[in-house]
Design a protein around this ligand. Sequence first.
Ligand code: ATP
Ligand code: MG
Length: 446
Amino acid sequence: MSGEGELVAGRYRLSSSLGRGGMGVVWCAHDERLDRLVALKELRTGLGTGDMAHEAAMARAMKEARVAARLRHPHAVTVHDVVTHGHIPCLVMEFLPSRSLSAMVTDRGVLSPGEAASIGSQVASALAAAHEEGIVHRDVKPENVLVTEGGLAKIADFGISQADGEDTFSRHGTIAGTPAYLSPEVADGAQVGPPSDVFSLGATLYSVIEGSPPFGEAESTIALLVRIVHAQPTPPRRSDPLTELLLAMLHRDPGKRPTMRQVHEELAAVADEHSAAESSSSPSSPSSFPPRHTLSSPTKGRTRVSSRTVLTGFVAMTLVSVGMVFGAVLNTGGSSDSPVALSTGSRCLAELQVTNRWPGGYQGEVTVVPENGGIVGWKVHWELPEGHTVSEVWNGTPSRNGTTMYVHDAGWNAAVEQDTTATFGFVARTRPGAEPSDPTLNCGTN
Ligand SMILES: Nc1ncnc2c1ncn2[C@@H]1O[C@H](COP(=O)(O)OP(=O)(O)OP(=O)(O)O)[C@@H](O)[C@H]1O
Ligand SMILES: [Mg+2]
């Protein structure tokens, strides 16, 4: 692709480069059909066109992208489409205004364990859902975790991920994954499985807290692989209260690592404690709103379990949760993408569209439409159905009073002219057994 202004697949107009990775440039592009921004990633094979190996690699890239497109989760970058442009396959993804976790550490230094737990719990919730669908990411690393200004984190690049049953070393004879974050069994040539992602997420969190990956930086790839296979990780020094969990995730024996679902639970508990401590030490932080950008356990009054307890119980839990999640995905998968609630308030309408559902939650996008002329300042409120809580809001300022949820404009999107709209989004969690009913929204102006 040559660059800015170019039209890809008759539909995606390239606007600017977002960065470059191992497979080519990632572009910000305008989807002219749906009038929205997308991210477009080139999947270059490094082989000449017409070459049989190139055709095979392209077919494989397409297959991998289709695997990625199967997964829909609020903490995974959504894949919308796969297209080819001049024989180069391209992934069309949700555009997330963000920077990668590695860029974040470069810009502002290492993260505290609480901050890492908040980001890690979000990523772990997406990876757990993927594992429960039989998808392994295979390249979890700081570069593939995207974080917004407000702290919303999403895992990107299921591009080299595979459905169960394919191995890591088969891809063009090279290693699919990044050496510093590879698990010992994968570095030793074994089949990739969900525990390898657990290791890589452990290595990622270790690295952003400690400042370097558990086996250090590579003087050469081979030297690093040898160290991963034979050495013990450098003991972490700054990671308390995550040390026990990180060491469990980095366990040499994949069978002794916690599952991703258990990792999510543990990280969410630490993230909750961290944000509770932060709000009690800061008088200006809102006390009525649950911690932002953490997806904790749906069970009320959860107690924190130690990694040791997690390890002994995880086989039985995995069997139960895989069955439950499959059932729930099948039951709820068909109802997204249609407007489900529309109501009027003074001088504006608020339209809710549920854009994604998963067991235990859903993601909503709300469009605020001025009714007669433009508005300056808007506030949307709704009654939370029994068992529903809102855990994240973006492009809006949340507050809660009992069971009434309020979101008012984020300042920069307060003014909405006639014939234009403002949009905000949220993630809601639902307790097991809660009705999946969608709330009715009310819109008011200041
Ligand atoms: N969906 C997206 N929305 C916004 N920015 C993105 C998106 N996907 C990627 N980017 C940006 O593009 C940059 C390059 O991404 P890319 O995945 O190609 O690089 P990488 O992860 O370093 O390499 P690789 O994945 O090939 O190993 C990222 O650092 C990120 O800042
Ligand atoms: Mg990447």
